[in-house]
Design a protein around this ligand. Structure first.
Ligand code: AHR
Length: 649
């Protein structure tokens, strides 16, 4: 697999390859417009992407609603004290709470966090709990500790209400520790009920209380993504329909959001994660807000009455689809509706009276077969008649070819679907060979969303897959084909987005994290180079009057960027030899004499980034000397190069 094809260009000294023919960019012949949505993000709560990852809550099982109510908690026993799990009937979506009774002496509960808690020196931590006193008066003594018991921060919190009330206190950590725990000691004599025990760092994204991990959001914002797909992925579908993602259960007050088992917790026997649940603290409001923060179009994907076809494949009879369709209509109202509407009002009550301007909506995730088409048409009719401006994403199934794909592709085209979502988890060779995939697509048919793709170093969903440079390079080569065909391909996103080093189920992933650190993979830098060097129109780039799609292991695309008046080139040299090319920019009188060049390369196809070497494979930026309207470029072996040159009058 790691074979680099030998080049057939003229070999010069020391293996240097000099191309005979110049590459020609026809700057005066701009073609298709590149959609602002072209390069985006796919988010799913897989690999502890939300709970334990992006959602900065440090307490695992804060509401005691995991299958096993005390999962994540350890009792620090005392014969004179006890804890009971009880149920309240007035709150069916979050019924459980704990009752602690103590007659004095040292008694407490310890929360282990999500594989520990990442805490930082000098950062403030907000502790909160919903509680009511049943008898007597208890005071909580909080202790953030290292695994060896060393105390990093403390606080006292008297519980002073006989009705359910939120109590909170802030304290600072005096040390940095990736695997901290929280002791909650009960001082005094009495009985108290507790629920929603929570601990958040203050330094969240935009310092929002109860917010998202800032380092992770920053990595996303840095990509300037065109859209944010959410919440998946198979999580949309659920293992069965009762486990499907239901957006209405993810909005409103936190304590009213019903916890669900995360469908990835038992999916892979080799990566069991039995403590993986969804608290929906990162729910649909926080999602829309995140998309807005990072300048991405929101793209929700909704369940279409079908559970995951790799699991139960449960379906809702077509004549009983109404509640599912209503969920879709109501989501549009939640995002866009006036504050006089039921769901628009909830959005305003949650702090965002202005609409979120939802324009795209996915019907089902990776569904297949006639059952999908039967349900898709019901959604399409209902949504289009109420919201004709919303463009719908439809599923072409899990594979980019074969019978299932052929059936759906044919049906969706005959239905004149807006945008078809294609997925490809394939080996690097496939990506290299498929840089021409869209060259022959119908220019007048549905648009394409390359909604999930990633080059697999070993095999689909194999735990041995790695985010190698070879995989990233093959994606860069393939993406020249997406860009060249921007009249057909309107959106693309790598998948999955996040993985926690101690809690993942699926690899490869775009961004890896632990409790304190995060880094972008080589694949991340490929995505970022594309999305931050997008351009507004496709330009033809040719060699010998032919598209540059892999001959001599060279791949290229070019764009024009109207706001900056720059020509942007993307060149992938997938061979093991350097290549020198002259590039003629045709139809241009003058270029600024200095351009910019970004190079992403490694001499080692298996190179990866890591917590210790997070930027081992990352782009370098340098000035590029420009003479007249020609560029001379030497492309390093196994490299991805982006060039920006400005046209002057
Ligand atoms: O990205 C991981 C999974 O791959 C997604 O949940 C699913 O849509 C696909 O099969």
């Amino acid at each position: 697999m790691q074979k680099w094809y030998t080049t057939v260009l003229a070999l010069g000294l020391a293996g240097q390859v000099f191309a005979q023919n110049p590459l020609v960019v026809k700057v005066n012949q701009p073609k298709a417009e590149i959609q602002p949505t072209m390069w985006g993000l796919f988010f799913e709560d897989i690999n502890m992407g939300a709970d334990g990852g992006l959602y900065a809550e440090l307490i695992k099982n804060r509401s005691f609603e995991f299958e096993s109510p005390m999962m994540g908690w350890k009792e620090q026993k005392n014969p004179k004290a006890s804890v009971l799990v009880l149920n309240r009937q007035d709150q069916p979506e979050n019924p459980r709470f704990i009752r602690v009774k103590t007659e004095g002496g040292k008694y407490g509960l310890t929360n282990e966090g999500f594989r520990g808690m990442g805490v930082k020196q000098g950062v403030g931590y907000d502790f909160s709990v919903l509680s009511r006193n049943v008898e007597g008066n208890l005071t909580l003594k909080l202790e953030l500790i290292k695994p060896d018991g060393q105390v990093l921060g403390t606080a006292s919190l008297p519980l002073n209400s006989t009705d359910w009330k939120k109590h909170s206190v802030r304290f600072t950590s005096n040390g940095t520790e990736p695997k901290a725990k929280l002791n909650v000691w009960f001082e005094g004599t009495g009985t108290a009920d507790l629920d929603m025990i929570s601990l958040f760092p203050q330094d969240t994204w935009k310092n929002r209380p109860g917010g998202l991990r800032a380092d992770l959001v920053q990595l996303l914002a840095d990509m300037k993504p065109g859209f944010l797909r959410f919440p998946g992925g198979c999580i949309v579908e659920g293992m069965d329909l009762s486990n499907r993602y239901q957006w209405k259960k993810t909005v409103g007050p936190l304590e009213g959001r019903e916890v669900a088992i995360n469908r990835w917790n038992k999916e892979f026997k080799h990566r069991l994660t039995p403590d993986y649940f969804q608290t929906f603290g990162l729910g649909f409001f926080e999602y829309f807000q995140l998309a807005e923060d990072i300048g991405a179009e929101p793209l929700p994907i909704l369940n279409c009455g079908m559970a995951c076809q790799y699991n139960t494949a449960e379906v809702v009879p077509v004549e009983e689809l109404d509640p599912y369709v209503q969920d879709a209509l109501d989501l549009i109202e939640f995002a866009n509706g006036s504050t006089d509407t039921k769901w628009g009002k909830l959005r305003a009550d949650m702090g965002h009276p202005a609409p979120f301007n939802l324009k795209l909506l996915g019907v089902g995730n990776e569904q297949w077969g006639p059952q999908y088409i039967d349900r898709y048409v019901v959604f399409e009719k209902a949504i289009k008649s109420k919201y004709p401006e919303v463009r719908l994403i439809s599923s072409a199934g899990p594979n980019p070819d074969g019978e299932v794909f052929g059936f759906l592709n044919g049906k969706l085209r005959s239905l004149k679907a807006d945008i078809i979502d294609e997925h490809y988890y394939r080996k690097p060779e496939w990506f290299l060979e498929n840089a021409t995939r869209y060259d022959d697509y119908d220019r007048n048919g549905p648009k394409i969303f390359a909604g999930e793709y990633a080059s697999q170093s070993k095999d689909v969903a194999s735990p041995e897959n790695r985010n190698t440079w070879l995989c990233a390079l093959s994606e860069a080569a393939f993406m020249t084909g997406l860009e060249r065909n921007a009249d057909v391909v309107h959106m693309a996103s790598y998948a999955p987005l996040f993985a926690h080093a101690d809690g993942w189920q699926w690899t490869p992933d775009l961004i890896w994290m632990n409790n304190l650190q995060s880094y972008g993979t080589p694949n991340y830098y490929v995505q970022k180079l594309y999305s931050t060097n997008k351009g507004t129109k496709v330009l033809p780039i040719l060699s010998n009057n032919q598209l540059i799609t892999g001959k001599d292991q060279l791949y290229a695309s070019a764009t024009w960027d109207e706001p900056t008046k720059e020509v942007i080139l993307k060149l992938v040299n997938a061979s093991s030899q350097p290549q020198t090319h002259t590039v003629n920019l045709e139809g241009v009188k003058k270029l600024e004499n200095k351009g910019k060049r970004f190079t992403l390369k490694s001499s080692e196809p298996g190179a990866v980034n890591s917590f210790d070497q997070p930027k081992q494979v990352s782009p370098t930026e340098e000035e590029l000397a420009v003479k007249g309207t020609k560029l001379n470029l030497t492309l390093a072996p196994q490299s991805f190069t982006v060039v920006r040159v400005k046209v002057v009058k």
